[in-house]
Design a protein around this ligand. Sequence first.
Ligand code: URA
Length: 213
Amino acid sequence: ATAAPPLHAVQPDHLGVAAELAAQCTTLDELRVAVEAFEGCALKKGARNTVFCDGNPAADLMIIGEAPGRDEDSAGRPFVGASGQLLDKMFAAIGISRTSTDAKTACYITNVVPWRPPQNRDPSADEAAMMLPFLHRHIALAAPKLIVLLGNVPARALLGATMGITKLRGQWAEVEGRPALHMLHPAGLLRNPINKRMAWADLQALRARLDEV
Ligand code: URA
């Protein structure tokens, strides 16, 4: 049982279907197929592609973003646009890359929702809640040692956070029994570069923790 945000418009049957489908998946490939086939989330209708993951599924580190934007929707991969380029630079600075074949230096990347919301708005609480069973299963199957939660959306969806990310950043929480660090979202850092020093401090803390696992 997970503490989900309020479920105003969520159709209970769809949520039940999501939970059942997710539970049946025993591999990440099966989970991708199940997500791609899931019709219970309205975001899918407006999206060109399902954005499931990128990076190395064996990585010690799993990074969870918010939702695909325009570039990700076109490419079918997370974090390929401007914020993705900054994300890659940030993690390169602590020796982590999505293309690494070594679990110690690799990362695995997904988002709270796999479909682009219209006008790049945040996914609603209902949309996030609908996809939450798949996200929980995604984490369980990837089985990372550490998790990074980028921005407000994963904090709210996975932890029911009520504080904003500028308060939460740098704090460790627990998701699926794994340590999870709240960090500023690279899209926010592009808008407010002054906050990069805080992101840098959080990356250093993450590096230290990665060295221990
Ligand atoms: N922002 C996100 O949160 N995820 C992406 O995949 C791209 C931008």
